[in-house]
Design a protein around this ligand. Structure first.
Ligand SMILES: [Zn+2]
Length: 83
């Protein structure tokens, strides 16, 4: 991925599986409000950091099929509670 600030290489520094109970639980929980309502614990969160400017941000990984279905569900029913 490209850094959203400078376009540099946006490398994965840490990964956390949803539902993990180790020291990376905090990272997995960051995406829970956004995706858990639809995919349950079937997602991964990545902490990324730019090699050029050191900007840091998280990305979430869900199945493409689920991502598409989430968008359709929100379009049809609106944003879920707890989002
Ligand atoms: Zn950058």
């Amino acid at each position: 991925m490209n850094c959203p600030k400078c376009g540099g290489e946006f490398k994965v520094r840490k990964s956390a599986r949803a539902g993990c109970t180790d020291s990376r639980k905090y990272l997995a929980e960051k995406a829970a409000p956004t995706v858990k309502w639809y995919v349950g614990l079937d997602y991964m969160v990545r902490q990324r950091k730019c090699l050029s400017c050191e900007y840091s941000q998280e990305t979430v990984e869900v199945l493409l099929k689920d991502c598409r279905e989430m968008i359709i569900e929100i379009a049809n029913k609106g944003i879920p509670k707890d989002f």
